[in-house]
Design a binder for this molecule. Structure first.
Ligand SMILES: [Zn+2]
Length: 393
C-alpha cells in the first residue's frame, strides 16, 4: 500500500511526515494544521482523512472507492466538520456519480454556510457526545474543525476533555491561521503541521503547470497573473480567489484595489518625470497634481481598511524605489510592488535616497495614526502631501 498526498502542492516536509505515519499506521489522533487562508489546510485535511479510510489496496487515497468518495464529498456520518465554508473536493467527487455506493438520504448535505465568527461550546459538546459512538460507515471517526482559533475558551476546554482521552478510532484535525489563539493545553495535545507559504516564482510555476485558469491567464495576460501571485500572500488559494473573481469582486477586494489605487497615485506623482530637465517640480506645477491626487484618494479610499491597505501598498512601492536608488546592480532586486525593476529604477532617478527615507517614514507614521481613529479627509490630504514630496523639495 502506498500513500500519495501529491494533490497538495508543495509542502513536501508535511507530506513526507504523513506518508511515513500512514505507511506504518502511526497517525496521531489529533493534528493542528496551521497556515494562512488559501494555503491548503482543508485540502490536506480531506486528503489525510481519505488516505486513512481508503479501501484501495494500491495508492491511497484513490479518489474512487466508496470511502474516498464519501469523505471527499463530505457525505459520511463518520466525518463531522465544523466551521468549514467550502469542501475542497466536493465538486470533483460527487457521491451521486457512484452507482456502487448508495448514500443514505438522511445524511445532511455538507456545510457550506458562512464562516462562523466564533465556535461556541455547544457545537463542541455535540462532538463530545458523538465521539464515543463507534464508526458505522468508515474505518474511523473523523473530525475536521475549520477556524479552530475561533473556538471560545469554553469550547476549547470542552475539546480538551475529548483530546485527553480520545477513543482509538478517532482523528481530530484542527485547522487554523493563528495557533497562538489556542490554549497551550490544546497545543500540547496535538501535533502541529505548518503549511508552507510559497515565493512568487515557485507559486507562478506551480500554477502555470497545474491550474487550468492560471494557464489561460498566463497566455493572455501574464502580468496580471504575476500581480495576482504577488498579492496572494504566497498561497495557491489566494491566487485562485483572484482568478475566480470578476471585475466587480476584484474592485471590492481591499488588497487588489489598494494596489490599483497606489499605481494610479504613482502615475500622477511621476507623470512626465523624464520630460523635465529637473525631476523636481516647481511650486506651480505641484499644486494641480496634489489636487488630482487628493481627488483620486477621496473617490477611492474612504474606510480605514482601505487606507491601511493603500498605505501598505504605497510603503512597498517606496521600498522598491529606495532599493533601486541604493543599488547599482538591479539583477538581485525582488520588487514587492512593481512587476519588475524597470519602473522603480526610473523613478529612483528622480528622487534622492534621503527624500525616499523620509517619505517612507511619513507613510509609516500615517499608517500608525490609523489606530488612533484619524479624520479620514485629513489623512487623504496628508497622504497626497507626503507623495508629492517625491517630486518637490
Ligand atoms: Zn479510496
Amino acid at each position: 500500500m502506498k500513500t500519495n498526498l501529491s494533490r497538495l502542492w508543495g509542502n513536501e516536509a508535511v507530506r513526507n511526515l504523513l506518508h511515513a505515519r500512514l505507511e506504518d499506521d502511526s497517525v496521531s489522533h489529533a493534528y493542528l494544521i496551521a497556515g494562512p487562508t488559501g494555503s491548503g489546510k482543508k485540502t490536506l485535511a480531506f486528503l489525510l482523512c481519505a488516505a486513512l479510510c481508503c479501501e484501495s489496496g494500491d495508492t491511497r487515497p484513490c479518489f474512487h472507492c466508496p470511502s474516498c468518495r464519501k469523505i471527499l464529498s463530505g457525505q459520511s456520518p463518520d466525518l463531522v466538520t465544523l466551521g468549514l465554508e467550502k469542501l475542497p473536493f466536493a465538486a470533483e467527487v460527487s457521491p451521486t456519480n457512484v452507482p456502487d455506493a448508495p448514500i443514505p438520504e438522511d445524511i445532511p448535505t455538507p456545510e457550506t454556510g458562512a464562516v462562523p465568527k466564533s465556535i461556541g461550546v455547544d457545537a463542541v459538546r455535540a462532538l463530545q457526545a458523538d465521539v464515543y459512538i463507534l464508526p458505522n460507515d468508515l474505518e474511523r471517526k473523523l473530525y475536521i474543525i475549520g477556524h479552530a482559533d475561533r473556538m471560545t475558551v469554553q469550547a476549547q476546554n470542552a475539546l480538551l476533555k475529548i483530546l485527553e482521552e480520545p477513543p482509538s478510532s478517532v482523528v481530530f484535525l484542527l485547522l487554523c491561521e493563528t495557533p497562538a489563539a489556542l490554549l497551550p493545553t490544546i497545543r500540547s495535545r496535538v501535533q502541529t503541521l505548518t503549511m508552507e507559504r510559497f515565493d512568487d516564482d515557485t507559486l507562478y510555476a506551480y500554477l502555470t503547470a497545474g491550474d487550468r485558469e492560471a494557464k489561460v491567464l498566463a497566455s493572455r495576460d501574464p502580468e496580471k497573473l504575476r500581480l495576482f501571485v504577488r498579492l496572494s500572500g504566497g498561497t495557491v488559494g489566494g491566487v485562485r480567489r483572484y482568478l475566480a473573481a470578476d471585475a466587480k469582486t476584484l474592485s471590492a477586494d481591499p488588497v487588489y484595489e489598494a494596489h490599483e489605487t497606489a499605481a494610479r497615485c504613482l502615475s500622477i506623482v511621476f507623470a512626465d518625470e523624464m520630460k523635465n530637465d529637473s525631476p523636481v517640480l516647481s511650486g506651480t506645477a505641484l499644486k494641480p497634481r496634489k489636487t488630482e491626487l487628493y481627488s483620486l484618494l477621496t473617490t477611492r479610499v474612504g474606510t480605514r481598511e482601505q487606507l491601511r491597505a493603500l498605505l501598505d501598498a504605497l510603503g512597498e512601492a517606496v521600498r522598491d524605489i529606495t532599493v533601486c536608488a541604493c543599488t547599482a546592480e538591479e539583477d538581485g532586486i525582488r520588487p514587492l510592488f512593481f512587476a519588475d525593476t524597470a519602473q522603480p529604477a526610473a523613478h529612483a532617478m528622480s528622487v534622492s535616497p534621503t527624500d525616499l527615507v523620509s517619505v517612507s517614514a511619513e507613510l509609516a507614521a500615517a499608517r500608525a495614526s490609523l489606530d488612533a481613529n484619524p479624520n479620514v479627509t485629513l489623512l487623504q490630504s496628508r497622504i497626497a502631501g507626503i507623495l508629492m514630496r517625491l517630486r518637490y523639495r
